[in-house]
Design a protein around this ligand. Structure first.
Ligand code: PLP
Length: 409
């Protein structure tokens, strides 16, 4: 049995500070993190990136306001939109990253949405996505400045991008939610909400307090401060070194026959497109697992490995050997559908307020979704609450292993 040092599990005391009214140790740790990210204000979250996303949306988008969302957002943002009664305007991502990958939202598509929705309170998108694909944050930030609208970025997978000058805040985003526990040495649930807008910063704590527990985990918060210190001392160079390792693995994989995402990507995420070597991503993941390399995510098209500076040279060797020995077959064709937008039936908040029931997905065509239905990971909904489930949604949901769905009665 693991021996835990319970004495480290602290609570609110004069010495330990209080998250939502902080002016001591927690505030100092937030100020040090703000320095790392070049933010005007940083708030810690022990409720994951989900709480940072909730706080970010609540601080920038008044209840009932219109927000321009990229369609490939995580369900935490969809749920927040429901709770806040936001009116989403969806911007489709373009298939610009490779077959089977969601792809990115183009600045000109965001500009068109802003032009068509002059009252929009904010623009919100996810970058990087689960596959490491980076959106053109600088381009979209420039569009947002033209329309004087804040750009909010779900940077759950990209806290470490600060080591590559590609963090959303560095690229011009107004605020970003960063799931530090995904890529830095942080205890599960540790995240930061970074903000460059000093006026909005004043609203962030009260916005987060709407959703967060009054008993945040002090171990998680302390681990954020330790990770911040590690980033400043060694982490930046450790991530740059890791990027060289991942570059070499990627080049090897391409030589073997795998595809990789095109366009701007997270330098340390290794996403391999497997149709070119004759496998679905899921089958390739089985092969890698049998050979000692567990991936973070697989689906029909890809396997995704999240490497960290804490992987040993043995770990890297195991993965290298598995890539080298991959039993390449004839390429297979992927049945990839275009990004799909089901018909709008009612605002997400209205769907939340209606009585719901759970039905088999096969019988759901024509019904209205009561909640976001998504395979997780990557947690990107196929159908949003308040949208009509059509035959295409049914097909996609069944193909991702979702057999039941909540619909309004
Ligand atoms: C893109 C994205 N955003 C937000 C989240 C939520 O993060 P957390 O689990 O830290 O609350 C996730 C979780 O996987 C994610 O993938």
């Amino acid at each position: 049995m693991l021996a835990l040092n319970w004495s480290l599990d602290l609570t609110e005391l004069p010495e330990t500070d209080s998250l939502y009214e902080c002016d001591g140790a927690i505030r100092q740790s937030e100020c040090r993190a703000a320095e790392l990210f070049g933010a005007a204000y940083t708030a810690v979250s022990a409720g994951g990136c989900t709480l940072a996303i909730q706080g970010m949306l609540a601080a920038f988008a008044p209840v009932g306001s219109t927000v321009i969302f990229s369609r490939n957002i995580h369900r935490s943002a969809v749920n927040t939109a429901m709770l806040l009664g936001l009116r989403p305007v969806w911007v489709m991502h373009r298939r610009d990253a490779g077959e089977g990958l969601p792809g990115r939202v183009a600045p000109e598509d965001m500009a068109a949405a802003l032009q068509a929705n002059p009252g929009a309170a904010a623009v919100y998108l996810t970058s990087p996505d689960y596959y490491g694909c980076l959106s053109d944050i600088a381009g979209i930030a420039a569009v947002c400045r033209t329309y004087d609208v804040p750009l909010l970025v779900d940077n759950a997978h990209g806290t470490h991008l600060i080591a590559f000058d590609r963090h959303p805040l560095t690229c011009g985003a107004t605020a970003s939610a960063c799931s530090a526990h995904k890529t830095l040495p942080v205890i599960t649930g540790g995240a930061w909400l970074n903000c460059r807008d000093e006026q909005a910063a004043k609203r962030i704590k009260s916005a987060m307090a709407l959703f967060g527990s009054t008993s945040p985990c002090y171990l998680t918060m302390a681990s954020l401060d330790l990770a911040r210190a590690w980033m400043q001392a060694e982490g930046m160079s450790a991530f740059r070194k890791l990027a060289d390792t991942v570059d070499a693995l990627r080049a090897l994989a391409v030589k073997v026959g795998f595809g990789v995402p095109c366009g701007a990507c997270d330098p340390v995420r290794l996403t391999l497109l497997t149709a070119a070597v004759g496998f679905t991503g899921d089958k390739a993941a089985d092969y890698f697992r049998k050979h000692g390399a567990a991936c973070e995510h697989s689906d029909g098209a890809a396997v995704v490995f999240i490497l960290t500076p804490f992987n040993t040279s043995h770990d890297i060797d195991v993965l290298r050997r598995a890539i080298e020995a991959f039993p390449v077959r004839e390429p297979i064709a992927l049945s990839v559908s275009e990004p799909h937008m089901p018909a709008y039936a009612m605002p997400p908040r209205a769907a939340l307020e209606r009585v719901r029931e759970t039905v088999p997905v096969e019988q759901a065509a024509g019904r209205i979704a009561a909640e976001a239905a998504c395979p997780c990971p990557p947690g990107v909904p196929v159908v949003m609450p308040g949208e009509e489930i059509d035959d295409k949604c049914v097909k996609i949901l069944l193909s991702t292993g979702i057999y039941e769905i909540s619909v309004i009665q």
